[in-house]
Write a protein that binds this ligand. Sequence first.
Ligand SMILES: [Mn+2]
Length: 474
Amino acid sequence: QKNCYPGLIKGFESTICRNTIGVTARMRVALKKFRYYGYNGYLSDRISLTRPIPDFRPDGCRNMSYSSDLPQLSVIFIFVNEALSVLLRSVHTAIQRTPAHLLKEIVLVDDHSDMELKEHLQSFVDETNAQHGPGFIKLVRHHKQEGLIRSRVSGWRAASAPVVALFDAHVEFNTGWAEPILQRIKEDRTRVVSPSFDNIKYDTFEIEEYPLSAQGFDWELWCRYLNPPKSWWTQHNHTAPIRSPALIGCFVVDRKYFEEIGLLDEGMEIYGGENVELGIRVWQCGGSVEVLPCSRIAHIERAHKPYTENLTAHVRRNALRVAEVWMDQYKSHVYMAWNVPQQNSGVDIGDISERKALRSRLHCRPFSWFLTNIYPELRSYSDTIAYGVLKNSLRDDLCLDQGPDTDNAPIMYLCHGMTPQVTARNLQLSIWVRLSNTELAPETAVLAFLNASPLFFFFHIFPFPGDSIISSCR
Ligand SMILES: [Mn+2]
């Protein structure tokens, strides 16, 4: 047919035809894919699987030299309902941009996807293995959805190289990403290493350069990109590893060391918190976590995530597990950030006895050590005496609220008890409330009335660790 041209995904959708359906019909298909995947799957199907992407490595990275006997890698991708072209782009760029002698195998973990991926993926695996040798790509399928956390562990179980790289399946590897990481792990196997991430825009698939950053978290345990620590800036060397409190979730680790320190917390459900738990655990139990500027990977930050309707409930549950196992007296901060009471929280966090046993078996340091030495940017609120919503006593359907995004004036608003209304009160009678624009107002004093007496309240940024935050991630 004259309106058809060969598709970019070899073997499937082998031709794409123009104008066989109208513009509105194509838009409908595109919109459907966007709703389903959280990114522009329609566009992805039309972009080369090995398109070149800009090399954002800082000066100095290109002429670094590495040991001739770096350890081999298993690259593990986990996914559920990922667009085939996006998944294949992850795999193809991994093959193309990892030196062949360092890439032992690729492990694909399908966490019970429901469509497209079934036969198409199998034929891709068969075809690739015919070319690269049997077992080069291993496909692990879950018979029910286990969530991102147990999927990563499944992938680890199937892997056999001395080093494993655990990634989402919506990434594009950049040139030279593997060598700096393998070098750091070869020098010290207790290093857990993350590449630096750039963004693939979910709508246009353009690559957006991200500033060099460490990977941290807030008190809800959502990950946050952080400005690198002062000690890094004073070296004046942009190729140097950046000490990182935690991980956004994609990382590279010595396969056996990962087991020794306890893999991931398989008692967590679906999504969230495991990346923070791993960072805290590695640091408190004698290892280290770092981000390498010379290793870069572009990653799609999806508009929404395909796992489940109520992602937040899982993130909260997983966060409370981390708090209970690792954070000692600081666990109150996590409860406070999620606005749940510390006693009888009403959240079933499952059995944590194994994780507590792991902590004592590994003789890990207290969380206070971690805060002081590794994550001083995370503010703590040790004199908090109460938290929750602050109601107006004259109209108890009105609560203190962070107000509109455009300014830093807290307002009274109909009570809904969600994040923007969580406040805390400390011994000095300050009221802490989240402010919308954290750049403008570190502290704002306002006049309020308590039982008809005038009183100054101090509004503070809560509970995010101030200036060092760049943005949320993954
Ligand atoms: Mn992701």
